[in-house]
Design a binder for this molecule. Structure first.
Ligand SMILES: CC(C)(COP(=O)(O)OP(=O)(O)OC[C@H]1O[C@@H](n2cnc3c(N)ncnc32)[C@H](O)[C@@H]1OP(=O)(O)O)[C@@H](O)C(=O)NCCC(=O)NCCS
Length: 158
């Protein structure tokens, strides 16, 4: 298994993983916020190729085994509001390992590689969002050193 930076050639295959990631979130979430729109896969591919690969402030790492992609993480450098002393921090946008490969240390390898990238960009903080009902992943993130910091709340207007 190798961890490497994603290239534009990976994006089609990654879209299959992204689809499974969205299915996973949708199953956890009773609200339709993660229901995919028509053509969502193609839209995701377009967006990732244009905005997230080959950009200085964005990064995507993949886990590859026997030439197949089995996990990935995507992150970017977030600018803090100019009123704050800390000017920028890392934000992890997506983190996913295929179901059959979880619990084998692949997520940890992706995380270590990502943290090294954040450090190389001289960032001192990393933020990650997670659904409140995603209990297993919350445990993993705490295990990786993340602390509960803010709660996102959602209201369905009737
Ligand atoms: C979260 C995720 C990326 C972690 O990847 P992974 O390859 O399973 O992680 P690892 O195997 O490296 O496990 C990390 C650590 O957490 C522990 N762990 C794994 N699952 C756990 C669980 N359900 N409860 C408690 N600890 C757990 C592991 O034992 C490991 O600890 P260790 O290093 O001391 O052995 C993966 O489980 C995943 O894709 N989950 C579904 C999608 C998801 O929730 N993504 C994040 C959305 S915000």
């Amino acid at each position: 298994m190798i961890i490497r930076r994603a290239t534009k050639k990976d994006v089609r295959e990654l879209a299959g993983l992204w689809d499974k990631f969205m299915e996973y979130l949708q199953e956890l979430d009773s609200e339709p916020l993660y229901e995919r729109s028509k053509d969502s896969r193609d839209e995701w591919v377009k967006y990732i190729k244009k905005k997230r690969i080959g950009k200085r402030d964005s990064v995507m790492f993949v886990a590859e085994k026997s030439r197949a992609l089995i996990g990935y993480c995507m992150a970017h450098v977030e600018k803090n509001k100019p009123i704050f002393k800390v000017k920028k921090y890392g934000h992890c946008d997506e983190f996913f390992v295929l179901e059959g490969y979880r619990g084998k240390g692949i997520g940890t390898k992706l995380k270590d590689t990502l943290f090294d990238w954040f450090k190389s960009r001289r960032l001192n903080y990393v933020e990650i969002g997670v659904l409140a009902l995603n209990f297993g992943t919350i445990k993993v993130y705490r295990h990786w050193g993340f602390k509960d910091h803010a709660h996102n709340m959602l209201l369905h207007l009737q």
